[in-house]
Design a protein around this ligand. Structure first.
Ligand code: AMP
Ligand code: MG
Length: 402
């Protein structure tokens, strides 16, 4: 009989986490430091971009209709009447019927012209340019509002800004953006056997791996992780760490002690100071997980095994954090792969199997959840839904990349 009398499924656990998730708090920050942050408001174009009609090749600009019916044997003959120089419109340079002007890449399309042909596709005879095929209206031209029209949404709220987004913001003259504040996530490591990374473990002791791992993931995800050290499996130590962390953090993760043994303090301490909403999830690894709340602060109890803690972070905690960032769903990179081996699974629980990717094939990396090497030797996770008894070798799967 399970120690967990009322384990909930992953969907219900995530729904519970989302129910207690704080809303995003917007802040304005410089655009050039905004990569990786999530927009709180749409970025709207305040002007047309590029703002003027311009050529995308080195060539000749003219009226497209002057090349209608042009061919090798019957080229259009256009009189070259001048050149466009870069960076400013050419005043007084007008293209009329039967004429053209030389234009460099990025040059302002002169008045009257509506198409450009590449130099390579022309021949010259003195001031006459021969065009041997019809050129369509707008060919090789970027019109003044073709990239972004004034008033259009350039980047929508909820978007995690990429380096290329930052370039677009610069092109559009944005020096600041409104993004969600980085959620402050407190991390408390628990266990009488834990020692800090700087210590040499004595018999029966292990170094605290989870705090560093959780903090690293969260920092990269756009959070501000704060470590509250290692606490012993005693109510008083838990409460001392919690009372320090609670006023400083938006969310608290307590690693270890989340099961139902005598030494497992997390559920009792959360219940004593707030409420436990979920204790036990039909998730593997990650069954002994707690979702609770103290005041308005969400508090998670994560299993101590590093691999389990990592899976729970990704599957259960990230949806809440993404909500706090204003994202519709967690930002996870995935890739399609073919399963290199069959994966048996117990029906009734959602399983996450660590896999190694090799040229499009995902090979399971089996190992006990206490093994650290499985985290390093794998590239990500394959999800096996609760309702099935496993996945066959050769099936197409999505791999959630680390
Ligand atoms: P627990 O969830 O507290 O029962 O711990 C399960 C296992 O994970 C035990 O072997 C612990 O020693 C180990 N463990 C707990 N916390 C950590 C941690 N922060 N870093 C590394 N291992 C841990
Ligand atoms: Mg423990």
């Amino acid at each position: 009989m399970s120690k967990f009398l009322h384990p909930v499924d992953v969907a219900e656990a995530v729904a519970t986490a989302l129910r207690i998730a704080p809303d995003p708090v917007p802040e304005e920050i410089p655009a050039d430091g905004a990569t990786g942050r999530v927009l709180s408001t749409d970025v709207i174009a305040r002007e047309d971009i590029p703002g003027f009609d311009r050529s995308v090749v080195d060539g000749f600009a003219f009226r497209a209709e002057d090349t209608t019916g042009a061919s090798e044997s019957n080229p259009a003959l256009l009189q070259c009447v001048g050149r466009v120089s870069m960076g400013s419109p050419e005043t007084g340079l007008v293209v009329t019927k039967g004429t053209c002007v030389y234009i460099p890449t990025g040059g302002v399309l002169p008045e009257g012209a509506d198409a450009v042909v590449m130099v390579e596709h022309t021949e010259r005879a003195g001031d006459t340019v021969l065009v041997k095929r019809p050129v369509a209206y707008g060919e090789n031209v970027l019109f003044h509002d073709e990239d972004y029209r004034c008033g259009a949404v350039i980047l929508p709220a909820g978007r995690r800004l990429s380096p290329q987004d930052t370039g677009v913001l610069a092109a559009c003259g944005r020096t600041s953006v409104i993004v969600a504040k980085r959620p402050v996530i407190g991390i408390i490591s628990t266990g009488n056997e834990l020692v800090p990374v700087t210590a040499t473990p004595g018999p029966g002791q292990v170094r605290d791996a989870n705090a560093s791992m959780l903090a690293a993931y969260l920092r990269e995800y756009g959070c501000d992780p704060r470590l509250y050290g290692i606490v012993r499996d005693e109510r008083g130590s838990f409460e001392a760490a919690l009372s320090k962390a609670l006023p400083e953090c938006d969310v608290i993760l307590i690693s270890g002690g989340s099961s139902k043994g005598d030494r497992d303090m997390t559920a009792g301490v959360i219940a004593g100071n707030g409420e436990v909403l979920v204790h036990g999830i039909t998730l593997a690894p990650g069954k002994p997980t707690i979702i609770g709340r103290i005041g308005t602060t969400p508090v998670f109890g994560l299993p101590g095994h590093p691999a389990s803690a990592y899976v729970v972070l990704i599957v259960i905690v990230l949806p809440l954090i993404s909500h706090m960032l204003g994202e519709k769903k967690p930002f996870l990179r995935t890739t399609r792969a073919v399963l290199g081996d069959s994966l048996p699974s117990q029906k009734g629980r959602e399983e996450y199997i660590r896999v190694r990717l090799e040229e499009g094939t995902a090979y399971p990396v089996f190992g006990k959840s206490g093994l650290l090497n499985t985290l390093v030797n794998s590239d990500g996770l394959v999800r096996i839904p609760a309702g099935i008894e496993g996945l066959e070798k050769g099936s197409d799967v999505d791999v959630i990349l680390w």
